[in-house]
Design a protein around this ligand. Sequence first.
Ligand code: ADP
Ligand code: ZN
Length: 806
Amino acid sequence: MPYAEVSVNSPAAGRSAYSYELPAGLTVRPGQAVLVPFGPRVLQGIVVEVSETPRFDDTRQLSGIIDPPLCLTPQQLTVGMWISRHYLAPLFPSLALWLPPGFERSAESVFTRSGLDIGEIPLSDLESNFLATLDTRVPTDQKTLEKRFGKVAAQKAIRHLLGHGLIERRYRLQAIKVKPRLEKIAHLRIDTEKAQQAAAGLLKRSPKQSAVLRFLANSRGRLSVTEIRREFGEVNAILSALVNKKLIEISMEESRRNPRLPAAVELPMAHTLTPAQSAAVSVVTAGIDEAKGEAFLLHGVTGSGKTEVYLHAANYALKQGKQVVVLVPEISLTHQIIERFTARFPGRVAVLHSKLSLGERFDQWRGIAEGDYDIVIGPRSALFAPFTNPGLIVIDEEHEWAYKQQDTPPLYHAREVARRLALETGAALLLGSATPDIETYNKAERGEYRLLELPDRLTPHPSAPLPPVTLIDMRDELKSGNLSIFSRKLKAEMESALKNGEQVILFFNRRGGATFIQCRDCGEVLKCRHCRLPLGFHPVENRLVCHHCNAQYRVPTVCPVCKGSRIKFIGLGTQKLEEETKKEFSGARVLRWDSDAARGKDSGYQIFDDFRAGKADILIGTQVVARGLDLPRVGLVGVINADTALNLPDFRAGERTFQLLLQVAGRAGRGEFPGRVVVQSYQPSHYAIAAAVAHDFKTFYQKELEYRKILGYPPFNKLAVLTVQHLNEADGLQLAHDLKKTLELERDSTGVSGIEFIGPAPAFIPRRRGKYRWQVIVKGRNIVEFLSKTNLSSSIGVDIDPLGLD
Ligand code: ADP
Ligand code: ZN
């Protein structure tokens, strides 16, 4: 008798699958979405394996297949199971990444009448009535029956009738909340080539009809009337005329809720590639042909033409009948790449992102599954688009932290999952960045990824150099009596830029704001004596804490290095900066773009569009402005506080700072004005700052690698963070101590070597939702293997390959 091993949608199921007996006559495949009894309820599940013998005795019967049937592909199943294993994450959520939006719902019972004759079976009036309302084919759900006959009576009748085999019970998912919507659609009645000819013919006599016809032909011959109206205004008369000419027809169809896409500003013209681009494209297309899941790292400064390489590689994959996934760190910040894809491949691009409504997401998902689109662009979750034959996976700005899932398990990293998916499906994986992740670059160095380089910047002035960067030591400003946020140099540069009609970006690093203590005279940041990491300042207790080893220090009144008394924490926000800027540059129009200002659904686009359209002179922004925006009128970029992020208690602080500075600097000089950058810092000699100012990735990489090696950080070791939470601070700490001790005993008794446990220490956010959070850091080579063998309680948070140690 066949059995199915099923991953069940219940928090109690954890990382395990459960064995179920298949009812006679039912066959299922691995990957199939099913319903199974679990405790007193019937829950969703996914079959991970079908076998002749159950893994556990004492199995229950599988309830049935979810209707309409849905089955993960073998590749999807394999990748989902890998996610659960590698990230020590519960199994169902790891597999559910592949399910359509809104799929996770509870099941309800539905009933049909069986073929059995009533014969001698004694039935009450209510039961006869009950039976008469049921059809033999169309099922009725239990809720409806309970409404009609009363809850208790209906349940009693169900038991009785089921017992006699007069009715049959099945399970189906509760009605989905997203319903298809109807909409007017215009179709071509002739092929697109003929339509172009017809449009040319109409050009003289009826230019509007010609334009609409061409628009339809360019959109693969099918568009909603709403979309046409958006482009041309009122079009009813024009459409009727085209219908009368038998060129198009109009019908009511299920609509796909189309999310607002940024207007295409670039013509879909393909550039002639530079030799470096050509070389990169041909290596990647060979990878697409070989279909071995090879990975490539495309390293090139901003503006070196990486996106153009993605577009050409994508074009090639599409020509081979394959599909393309493009991951971007955050949709609202990267709409230029979307514009370029939608302009180059009109009608073929689906855009997924978290701000879409459930209905919009469902429609996009279904459109992808039904083959309406062959390119999907989106954040990390777009990796799980239902493509059957992906040929290329692009990850733009691969170093960005947004690719790691935070908070809700599985805490996966899209780059690592994409690597698995590529190996399973044979798709080529193309990672692009101006400032690759240290670990990624190290893999490229060791040959695991193939390194492709674009050495030159392609600005409107050919081979324009990277903008010159001036580094200002803010300690000197203080010494000469300038207490302003702006150094004298930055102020002067801003004044001349504004006079010149150039736009200015002021970058403010929000991360690490008021979390550390720094001497304003010598720039010294207080660090832990043992760990050399900056100490976190806890204002409530007024003490300094090492987030690594939990050593505690009093807040000193004088600087331990220079004995100066201006030791204070840095606390400046974007709003304060906005005020100061308006005060200093009174005639200038100032826009602020941070996560507060960009909270609305489209306001991210709005601020950006306004600035690009020249509606402001100065844009003040946090991390968001550092990303790939093409702003041709920006001549000057000022970095207000280059080093605040260096002082975070995190081994990646240097890398983050370097990446940000280089990206911000890349915003200047992309258009008509030669760019220049002014960087203000209290630690100008730190290697991350010095290398960023010199636009020197290689030097930074070497220094950073040395540092990581000395301290045993990735890529030399793997890390995991285990987090314990408790309402009581001391009890939480005790739990964390116990956890560490248990793990140490386990390590010593199994003879595993090279694994070390650090802490416990308060988490970077030491208290969340009323609970104290303590963490133990696990460092070593085979930590996943080790941890998966230990019996970690499900209440412990596990983060494998954490990004920040926070
Ligand atoms: P990146 O993605 O590395 O920032 P882009 O692909 O956006 O670089 O290219 C930078 C600019 O150069 C864009 O405006 C793009 O249109 C242009 N560009 C890219 N490739 C070429 C090329 N081969 N010839 C001319 N211009 C190009
Ligand atoms: Zn310490």
